[in-house]
Design a protein around this ligand. Structure first.
Ligand SMILES: CC(C)(COP(=O)(O)OP(=O)(O)OC[C@H]1O[C@@H](n2cnc3c(N)ncnc32)[C@H](O)[C@@H]1OP(=O)(O)O)[C@@H](O)C(=O)NCCC(=O)NCCS
Length: 162
């Protein structure tokens, strides 16, 4: 379990846990809002299939206390950069601080794996206002690169880090 002690706005502890025999159905059922499906998969099930077919990505279940509320995955690129992908907070749980808690928890953990030597990167569509605000607020800055139609951003040292 990855636990940085971050709470959502309801006071629930947000943790990231392996996808296992008990929680995979709940993770697969995580769904964004219908209008967000232009940017992300309609169900987290797509990302779970991707991680079973890929040696790069690892899926994690996002929990608020003991409830599955989202999916996120991480991977390491050939250049050593850490990547976050497949970030979806279930539609019913959005706007409660879970997305922010998830990114903070995962970036802290990824940085701890390699002493912060490599940047953490991700990409989002420029029209995805919620994603843009979330990642910008956490200190991600554009690398200048794009992937498909998405902006690549990176976090070198999160605000507040030594
Ligand atoms: C992007 C996403 C993960 C944010 O998760 P969340 O739990 O709703 O986000 P939080 O409640 O932690 O909010 C964090 C910040 O995101 C931004 N944000 C969240 N929802 C927003 C909205 N509807 N409109 C504008 N900004 C929004 C805000 O800056 C917010 O900070 P604030 O509340 O201090 O203003 C969520 O909207 C989601 O799952 N979207 C669909 C999938 C997706 O787009 N994933 C990202 C692909 S890279």
């Amino acid at each position: 379990m990855i636990d940085s002690g971050v709470l959502d706005r309801a006071g629930r502890r947000v943790t990231l846990r392996p996808v296992d025999d008990d929680n995979w159905r709940a993770v697969a059922d995580v769904a964004p809002r219908d209008d967000q499906r232009v940017w992300v998969a309609a169900l987290a099930a797509r990302y779970l299939l991707l991680t079973t077919r890929s040696e790069v990505w690892t899926s994690l279940a996002v929990y608020a206390d003991e409830t599955v509320v989202g999916h996120v995955m991480w991977g390491v690129d050939d250049d050593g950069s850490r990547w976050i992908g497949g970030m979806v907070v279930d539609a019913a749980e959005q706007g409660s601080g879970i997305g922010r808690a998830t990114v903070v928890t995962l970036t802290d953990w990824l940085a701890a794996q390699d002493g912060g030597r490599h940047p953490v990167r991700l990409s989002y569509h420029p029209d995805n206002v919620a994603a843009a605000r979330l990642y910008t607020a956490l200190g991600f800055v554009p690398t200048g690169a794009t992937e498909d139609d998405e902006i690549v951003v990176e976090l070198v040292a999160r605000t507040g880090d030594a």
